[in-house]
Design a protein around this ligand. Structure first.
Ligand code: FE2
Ligand code: FE2
Length: 365
């Protein structure tokens, strides 16, 4: 970095050499001054190298100073360079025209050198302040973007940890969580939700069974079938999940809460915990229900082999309008190639050793 103070560049545009000499005398000590004897040359100079400020005569051959100003102000590359008209046209109406075209100042000839020096200095200082402010804004915007990304990442990390904590007791494997949340995202997009909404579902769906942390081990890990009372206790995982997730105002956790509460509701009203019917079940709960069951059916468990895709699809079709929203089933079947691609991407054949309890969850489903 140089310790030299920055030398600004000034472009003087005037067709009279005497005037140019006066300007050079006035400005050369403090600035790097370049000159143009006509408007077209001035425009060429600006296209080649942008000055920090332009002192512009009005009456010139070919194009006049007004036209030069008009062209500079209509070009995004040059519009911010301050222009001071310096002219013998002293009628106030000329001044108005010049300022209306976007000039920052208007000095009439004969010029006073100290006034020109003072005005140039003032407008350069103003321009520098504007640039510094714009730069500051760009830095702030960059910082906001960076902080937002960090917050997003830390939110995801927190959710992942929360999910992992639940997984510790939950028999459903991590890859099940990944597949069903990605199926949910794909189905959300297929039924017309926005990219943002679909991403929110992708992030919220892994918490659908988080309430299992509140189900006693003797039930969650019971190797055999559950009796009636045990099934009723197992069903409480949706309410426990709602209780865990439902106290925060964040949109993500509100959605996760809604999914936790409603992913076992059924289209015909025979689900739990509320026995909601049809559209009374929130859309996100209906989406996750299909994604969750499809993955449970097509995954291998110690108590059952993985169903083939055809058999799972036949089952989904058979319970469309009973268990699942029929319109969503149609979308799900339509995007089956995408669903199978997700399945391949996140497929890990190993089943959880605790999968008996998974059976228990889906026994009551
Ligand atoms: Fe569940
Ligand atoms: Fe699940």
């Amino acid at each position: 970095m140089s310790d030299q103070p920055q030398r600004f560049t000034v472009l003087v545009v005037d067709d009279t050499e005497t005037n140019i000499d006066i300007m050079l005398d006035a400005l050369n000590d403090e600035y790097d001054v370049s000159v143009a004897l006509d408007g077209l040359t001035a425009l060429e100079n600006c296209a080649h190298s942008l000055p920090d400020i332009i002192l512009l005569d009005i009456m010139m051959p070919d194009i006049d100073g007004y036209e030069v100003c008009r062209r500079l102000k209509s070009d995004a590359n040059t519009r911010d360079v301050p222009i001071i008209f310096i002219t013998a046209m002293s009628d106030p109406s000329n001044e108005v025209v010049g300022l209306t075209l976007g000039a920052v100042d208007y000095i009439t000839k004969p010029i006073s050198i100290p006034i020109v020096q003072a005005r140039v200095k003032a407008h350069l200082a103003l321009r520098q302040a504007q640039l510094a402010l714009a730069n500051q804004n760009a830095i702030l915007e960059q910082k906001v973007r960076q902080r937002t990304a960090e917050l997003r990442q830390s939110r995801l990390t927190t959710i992942t940890c929360l999910g992992r904590a639940a997984e510790h007791r939950d028999p459903e494997t991590g890859s099940h969580i990944q597949r069903m949340s990605n199926y949910s995202q794909a189905l959300a997009l297929a039924c017309g939700l926005s990219e943002d909404e679909a991403e929110l579902i992708l992030t919220a769906a892994p918490m659908h069974d988080i309430g299992k942390v509140g189900v006693p081990d003797r039930i969650l890990l019971k190797p055999g079938p559950l009796d009636y009372d045990e099934r009723e206790i197992m069903k409480t995982h949706v309410l426990i999940g709602g209780e865990i997730l439902g106290h925060e105002p964040s949109k993500l956790l509100q959605l996760a809460c809604q999914i936790a509460l409603t992913h076992h509701e059924k289209w015909d009203g025979s689900g739990y915990p509320l026995g909601l019917h049809r559209e009374a079940i929130p859309l996100h709960g209906r989406i996750v229900a299909i994604a969750d069951v499809f993955d449970a059916l097509t995954s291998e468990r110690p108590y059952k082999p993985a169903w083939g895709i055809t058999r799972a699809i036949e089952h989904i079709k058979a319970v469309s309008g009973v268990h699942f929203d029929p319109a969503l089933v149609e979308h799900f079947l339509r995007i089956m190639p995408d669903i199978l691609a997700i399945r391949d991407r996140y497929w890990t054949p190993a089943a959880s050793p605790m999968a008996e309890a998974d059976k228990a969850c889906h026994q009551v489903a």
